[in-house]
Design a protein around this ligand. Structure first.
Ligand code: PAF
Length: 283
């Protein structure tokens, strides 16, 4: 597996790979877990060369403290990617990634300020900008993102559509722990009691799905989920929303199109999200 630290090294290595097949990109911020490896494995199943990036992107963090505390496990991450058959990993530092006078930002105007965007102002602008830079640097045929960060996925799909970026965005279903908690780098920061309590997020989503199948409105489902999670004294519910899966817009009345449940809940200081796509009712 080739490791590139500079944009020039990356360009040369990619030109070489491109001669013998297509390129699938898995962008990451490191601290890899089974959720990231599901992206790699999907990429391996439909692309000749799987390439990855590890970059803790400063412009998508709200506070300096979160950025500094973000777990960095580079050697372990590289071992995992190597074992999974990744051909190349780009590991730039901040000076390599950003021009010192950088002033260009990408913003999906409506999507980046709603839902998680209102809890984390500026976050999705930071994500869209770095992902666009990675697309320009790698020029991949496909890029892989998890459904767990559903709003991020919607932002990236919208950016690609609006700016005619020539890349296919492939989404991969959320990987969950045996008790249903969505895999996330943040889970390792939970205390033992909070980690046990956090399984409620998935169970509340499943309950919401059942309610949707039984004809409940988006409002009724959100309220019920809020109540069920709030019964746990360790959980501080920040937001519960049931939205159109395609546009993330609100429902008026009954749920009529594919829907997604979006939760943001704090356990101790750790903000967990779960974004669960409601499956069609099986008759
Ligand atoms: O999902 C992530 O890990 C990050 O938001 C991404 C897409 C790598 C951009 O920094």
């Amino acid at each position: 597996m080739q490791i590139c630290y500079t944009k020039d090294e990356l360009r040369v290595a990619l030109a070489d790979l491109r001669r013998s097949g297509d390129i699938g990109l898995v962008p990451t911020m490191g601290h890899l877990h089974a959720g990231h490896m599901a992206l790699v494995s999907k990429a391996r199943s439909d692309t000749t060369h799987v390439v990855a990036s590890i970059f803790v992107n400063p412009i998508q963090f709200g506070s300096q403290e979160d950025l500094v505390n973000y777990p960095r496990t580079l050697e372990h991450d590289l071992d995992m990617l190597r074992a999974a058959g990744v051909a190349l990993v780009f590991v730039p530092n901040t000076q390599t990634m950003f021009h010192e006078e950088a002033q260009t930002i990408i913003e999906t105007t409506a999507l980046s300020t709603m839902l998680m965007g209102s809890l984390r102002p500026g976050h999705f602008k930071g994500v869209a900008t770095i992902v666009m830079k990675l697309f320009n640097l790698f020029q991949p045929d496909r890029a892989y993102f998890g459904e767990k960060d559903y709003q991020q996925l919607a932002v990236i799909r919208t950016m690609v559509r609006d700016l005619d970026v020539p890349v296919d965005i492939v989404s991969v279903a959320t990987v969950r722990e045996p008790d249903g908690l969505a895999m996330s780098s943040r889970n390792s920061r939970l205390s033992k009691p909070s980690r046990a309590a956090a399984a409620i997020l998935f169970h509340a989503c499943k309950m919401g799905e059942t309610m949707a199948h039984e004809g409940a409105t988006a409002d009724e489902i959100s309220r019920q989920i809020f109540e069920v999670i709030s019964e746990n004294p360790l959980a501080d519910v920040q937001s519960v929303d049931v939205r159109h899966a395609d546009t993330l817009e609100e429902y008026e009345g009954l749920i009529t199109a594919p829907a997604v449940i979006l939760l943001a809940v704090r356990f101790d200081p750790v903000l967990l999200i779960d974004q669960y796509v409601i499956k069609q009712k099986q008759d």
